[in-house]
Ligand binder design. Structure first.
Ligand code: KG4
Ligand code: ZN
Length: 382
C-alpha cells in the first residue's frame, strides 16, 4: 500500500489539469489483441492531429496455424517486441521522452495478458519521465480516430466492425458514448473468419471470402438475414454461420464454384443485414439528436475494408443524409496512433489516470449499458 501511495505521489498524471491550449505530443501503445503497436502523434490546440510515427507489428503468422488468436502466444509476443517498437516509434518521431506530454496505452478491453504488457510499459515510462498516464479504452481509440485526420463534429454515429467488436455507438463527445446496438453472439469479422474456415480458406478469412465472392452467385443460397426488421439495432451472426455450415456439409466435396457461391451468398446476407441495422441505428440517432443536421457516419474496424459492404454504407449514407467517413485501413484496424490520439483528446480535457489504474478485460464504452451478452472472439466486451 505504501508503495502504491508512493507511486501515485510521484505521478503527475494523478493531478488533473487541462492542456487544451497547448500543442501536445503523445506516445501511444496498443497490445490488446494480436498487434503490437507504438506510435507518436501531435495535437494542436485547435484539435488538429498529425502522426509522427506509427508502427504496427502483426502477429498474424504466429496465430495462423490455430485459425484464431491464442492469448498466451499473443502476450508473449508483445513482451518480445514492445520495447523495440517503442524505441523505434520515438526515434522516428524525433522527440525524446522528455518532449512527450503524456503516455497513452490501451487499458482494455481485450486479452488481459497483452493489455497488462502494454499498460505496464506505459506506466514505467510515465513514472520514469514524470509524464501523465492516459489509460485508454481501446474502443474509444476506434471511436475517435476519424478526428485525428479531419475535423468531425460531435455527435456522430459510429459503426465498429472488426474481429472483436460489432457495435453502433453515438459518439457525443470524448468519454461520452451511447451504445445503440451490439452483437449478441459473434463479431462480424469473426463470422467472416469462421465461414472462411468452413470453406478451407486461410486466416484471416474476411479478405479471402471477399475475393472468392466476386466470382460467385449471391442468389444461389438463401441464407438468413439475422434480426432483420427488429426494432433495435443489435446484431447476431451465429445463426447465419450455422446455416453456412449446413450448406457446406450438404454439398460435400466443394468445387470452386460452390466456394464462390457460398461466399457471395454469405456476403449478400451480411450486406442486407447491415443495411437494415443501419436504418434502425440512424432512426435511433435522429431521435436522440433531432437537430444534428448532416452528422458523420464513421465506419471503423477491419471489416470496413470490404468493398461490397462499403457500397452498402455509401448508399445508406446518401439515403439518410449522413457524411460517410471510412478512415484508411491502416487506422481502421488495430494501431497505436488511435490510442495516442484518444490519449491526446483526453489530456486536452484533463482526463489523466493515476499509476494504480488496472488493466480490464471487459470495459464497455457506454458505462450506463448492461454488458452485452455476446462474445466476439475476445469474449463479451461491448
Ligand atoms: O480491426 P481488425 O484488423 O482487428 C480486430 O479484430 O480488432 O479486424 C480484423 C477482422 C478479421 O476478422 C478479418 O477477417 C476482417 O476484419 N476483415 C474483413 C476484410 N478484411 C478484414 N472482413 C470482410 N472483408 C474484408 N475485406
Ligand atoms: Zn480493435
Amino acid at each position: 500500500m505504501l508503495q502504491v501511495r508512493h507511486l501515485l505521489a510521484a505521478n503527475p498524471g494523478a493531478v488533473t489539469f487541462s492542456m487544451a491550449a497547448v500543442t501536445t505530443h503523445i506516445l501511444g501503445i496498443e497490445t490488446s489483441c494480436d498487434e503490437t503497436a507504438a506510435a507518436v502523434i501531435r495535437r494542436t490546440p485547435g484539435g488538429a492531429g498529425e502522426i509522427l510515427s506509427d508502427i504496427v507489428l502483426s502477429q498474424l503468422k504466429d496465430h495462423a496455424p490455430y485459425g484464431g488468436v491464442v492469448p498466451e502466444i499473443a502476450a508473449r509476443a508483445h513482451i518480445d517486441h514492445l520495447d523495440r517498437l517503442v524505441s523505434r516509434a520515438m526515434e522516428e518521431a524525433g522527440i525524446g521522452f522528455a518532449g512527450l506530454d503524456g503516455v497513452a496505452a490501451t487499458a482494455g478491453p481485450g486479452l488481459l495478458g497483452g493489455v497488462i504488457v502494454g499498460l505496464t510499459m506505459a506506466k514505467g515510462i510515465a513514472l520514469a519521465h514524470g509524464k501523465p498516464l492516459l489509460a485508454v479504452n481501446h474502443l474509444e481509440g476506434h471511436a475517435l480516430t476519424a478526428r485525428l485526420l479531419q475535423k468531425v463534429d460531435f455527435p456522430y454515429l459510429l459503426l465498429l466492425i472488426s474481429g472483436g467488436h460489432t457495435q453502433f455507438q453515438i459518439v457525443e463527445g470524448v468519454g461520452r458514448y451511447r451504445r445503440l446496438g451490439t452483437t449478441i453472439d459473434d463479431a462480424l469479422g469473426e463470422a467472416f473468419d469462421k465461414v472462411a474456415k468452413l470453406l478451407g480458406l486461410g486466416y484471416p478469412g474476411g479478405p479471402q471470402v471477399e475475393r472468392r465472392a466476386k466470382a460467385g452467385n449471391p442468389r444461389r443460397f438463401d441464407f438468413p438475414r439475422p434480426l432483420k426488421g427488429r426494432k433495435d439495432c443489435n446484431f447476431s451472426f451465429s445463426g447465419l454461420k450455422t446455416a453456412v455450415r449446413e450448406v457446406v456439409n450438404d454439398l460435400g466435396a466443394l468445387s470452386d464454384r460452390d466456394v464462390a457461391d457460398v461466399c457471395a451468398s454469405f456476403e449478400a446476407a451480411v450486406a442486407e443485414t447491415m443495411a437494415d441495422r443501419l436504418k434502425m441505428a440512424v432512426q435511433l440517432f435522429r431521435e436522440a439528436h433531432p437537430h444534428a443536421g448532416r452528422p458523420a457516419l464513421i465506419v471503423a474496424g477491419g471489416v470496413a475494408a470490404n468493398a461490397r459492404l462499403k457500397a452498402v454504407f455509401e448508399t445508406a449514407a446518401q439515403a439518410h443524409r449522413l457524411t460517410l467517413i471510412v478512415p484508411p485501413a491502416k487506422l481502421c484496424t488495430d494501431n497505436a496512433a488511435m490510442i495516442a490520439w484518444a490519449g491526446a483528446e483526453r489530456l486536452a480535457l484533463g482526463l489523466t489516470d493515476d499509476l494504480g489504474v488496472a488493466a480490464r478485460a471487459r470495459w464497455p464504452l457506454d458505462q450506463a449499458q448492461a454488458p452485452a451478452y455476446g462474445s466476439g472472439k475476445l469474449g463479451a466486451k461491448a
